[in-house]
Design a protein around this ligand. Structure first.
Ligand SMILES: [Fe+2]
Length: 203
């Protein structure tokens, strides 16, 4: 007997190479932002960095990617609009605690400058809450049907887009160089729901 298994649902992770869309001046601008302590790593003091005029052209590129995601991945007519945006820097030996992004539909991270070697992996977690039963697969049987965590190795110049409710963390930076990223949230713009079902909501 042969068992055939097919996925019923899947969690999307969109990857876009934007390395040719950011200028050296924009990279220098982000590198020069004032940073403050954020648990272990550093976060920009400005939490709307993509609203800065120095990054306006690049903000348009990210908006385009978000709207491609809305259309191609979510399959919806509404727009995804950038809300807050910030930069993060992980010094050698420093990672980013597990978290998800509230009040956001799709979140993203953009590796705007050279990633150190080796680059820290980003781990996405299937579960958000406490699990009464934890039954991990044997390593050799791990698959998207049973794995609890999936790792992604980001590339320099790459944009990652993922559902904001998805828990994620960054492993400790194993290199001797800092690891920097721009991160952002988004929310829907447009009308959702149904007038006749009294679920209509204009955003
Ligand atoms: Fe995050």
């Amino acid at each position: 007997m042969q068992m055939k298994v097919e996925p019923l649902f899947a969690t999307p992770l969109a990857r876009v190479d934007l390395s040719s869309y950011i200028t050296e001046a924009q990279v220098a601008f982000v590198d020069g932002l004032e940073m403050v302590t954020n648990q272990q790593n550093k976060i920009s003091e400005n939490l709307y960095v993509l609203d800065r005029p120095e990054l306006s052209g690049f903000r348009d590129i990210i908006s385009k990617c978000l709207n491609d995601y809305a259309e191609q991945v979510m399959g919806c007519d509404q727009q995804l609009e950038i809300t807050q945006s910030w930069s993060l820097r992980n010094a050698p030996g420093v990672g980013m605690h597990s978290h998800s992004h509230s009040n956001s539909i799709v979140s993203g991270s953009f590796y705007y400058t050279e990633l150190p070697t080796p680059p820290s992996k980003m781990f996405f977690d299937r579960n958000t809450f406490y699990q009464r039963l934890e039954i991990p697969p044997r390593p050799e049987r791990a698959s998207i049907f049973n794995t609890k965590v999936n790792a992604v190795i980001p590339q320099t110049g790459e944009l990652l887009l993922f559902p904001s409710e998805l828990n994620h963390m960054v492993e400790q930076n194993p290199s001797s160089q800092p690891r920097s990223v721009i991160a952002f949230n988004s929310f829907l713009r447009g009308k959702i729901g149904s007038f006749r079902d009294v679920s209509e909501l204009s955003l």
